[in-house]
Ligand binder design. Sequence first.
Ligand SMILES: [Zn+2]
Length: 126
Amino acid sequence: MKKKRSGHYCRICGKTRPNEKFSGKGHRNHICKECARKPKTERDEIDQTEEIFSFMNQSHISKKNVERLTVLADSENEKVSELANIVLEMARVKPYKKRRLKMLARERRDLLKKLDETGLVLAHRY
Ligand SMILES: [Zn+2]
């Protein structure tokens, strides 16, 4: 049987699901009905984790990004707060992506280790 290609991507569970699995609002927000029923804290964790990882992939972490990371670092969610704190520290030491890992390997092995342990370093290498 040929696999149907129609469907819609859910940014929370990361799956492409049939259109009937999305409400009108869900379509716009890219959240399937199942994920829409999850608690907001859980959805926020996924969204914010993704957001923090995307900063790693930018060529430069701007002042505005730093402001956002400061907010996320204050999160009651431990995982989000930990990730945000690491990226925030990195942004203070080396906001530019270019030669970042080399510089950290030379001067901030502790920070590099944290990036490695959390998987953040993978986002840097995309
Ligand atoms: Zn979903």
